[in-house]
Unconditional design. Structure first.
Length: 304
């Protein structure tokens, strides 16, 4: 039986990952601030700890020899929280504490959860004179955490990987992502304000995200960063229009009512590395996954 540590196990992706690992027969040490957010099940060991307590995780988890340590936790991943630069940068230090805890727990591999916003921030770091989005504070903090963890992993002899996540969606996500805002508006027969949308984007369903993370932990090449997403991209317009056609085909979309500020150089992203090294491909059907997400969001709205 394999064993894993998952920090941030009560969040959208962390919970989905924990559920899949348990279903696959793993023992999971789920590190959360609030244990009441997780339902007790066979194979699940809930560990209560704030991120500021990650430097003593080895005293809270009795077992040693973990097969994987997934660092998912991050304080402030949306909206106004990006403005709190102290809060964002503390996350990088807490990530390093998690890495050192993985070393003490004799974990075989540490999987750091990165973000495509890191690569957007790199565009500005490399000399652009454009004004960055406020989310780049989050992206730079994520990049800092990655580099600190990468250096510590090399020094301490633990296998290290980065999973670079795109814009993810699916049942269980309660945040105000563009997918949730769009789908919720379409369910009401409305269109939210939208950017012009001619840039390339990638929307990745939660089932594919979780499968990719486990694949990285089991088969990834040491010290590599893997993009978790599709090799072939679509424009934002294409994704939004297809979502509209699935949910509310009569709604007229309000493209161009918001300024488009995202700057993403996709040439910096190796979108096929995970397939080349492990054979993994995203397999979720877009139409079906959008319908599932819409059904879940409608149920949440009805329950309010």
């Amino acid at each position: 039986m394999k064993r894993a540590v998952v920090t941030g196990a009560s969040g959208f992706i962390g919970k989905a990952l924990t559920d899949r690992l348990l279903a696959d027969g793993w023992t999971v040490y789920a590190v959360v601030r609030d244990p009441s957010k997780l339902e007790q099940r066979d194979g699940l060991c809930v560990v209560q700890a704030a991120m500021s307590e990650y430097d003593r995780l080895e005293t809270l988890i009795p077992e040693r020899g973990m097969d994987a340590f997934f660092h998912m936790a991050w304080d402030g991943t949306f909206g106004d929280s990006f403005l709190d630069h102290h809060r964002q940068m503390k996350n990088a230090a807490y990530a390093a504490d998690a890495l050192m805890a993985a070393v003490q727990l004799k974990a075989k591999r540490f999987v750091y959860i990165g973000t495509i916003v890191e690569l957007e921030a790199l565009h500005y770091i490399c000399g652009s004179d454009e004004q960055p989005r406020i989310s780049c504070i989050y992206g730079v903090a994520k990049a800092a955490g990655e580099m600190i963890c990468r250096a510590l992993a090399a020094r301490n002899g633990i296998a290290f990987n980065v999973a670079i996540l795109a814009r993810n969606y699916g049942e269980g996500d309660r945040s105000r992502t563009i997918q949730n805002v769009l789908i919720s508006a379409l369910l009401r027969g409305e269109s939210p304000k939208l950017i012009d949308g001619r840039q390339l984007y990638d929307w990745v369903y939660i089932d594919d995200v979780v499968s990719a993370l486990i694949t990285i932990a089991e088969k990834g090449r040491e010290n590599k960063a893997y993009y978790v997403g599709h090799a072939e991209l679509k424009t934002f317009r294409e994704l939004v229009m297809r979502t509209r056609d699935i949910i509310a085909p009569d709604v007229e979309l309000d493209f161009g009512s918001l300024a488009e500020k995202t700057v993403m150089d996709w040439s910096r992203v190796d979108r096929t590395a995970l397939y080349r090294d492990t054979g993994f491909l995203c397999t979720a059907d877009f139409d079906e996954s959008i319908r599932k997400t819409a059904k879940w969001l409608a149920a949440q709205s009805a329950a309010m």
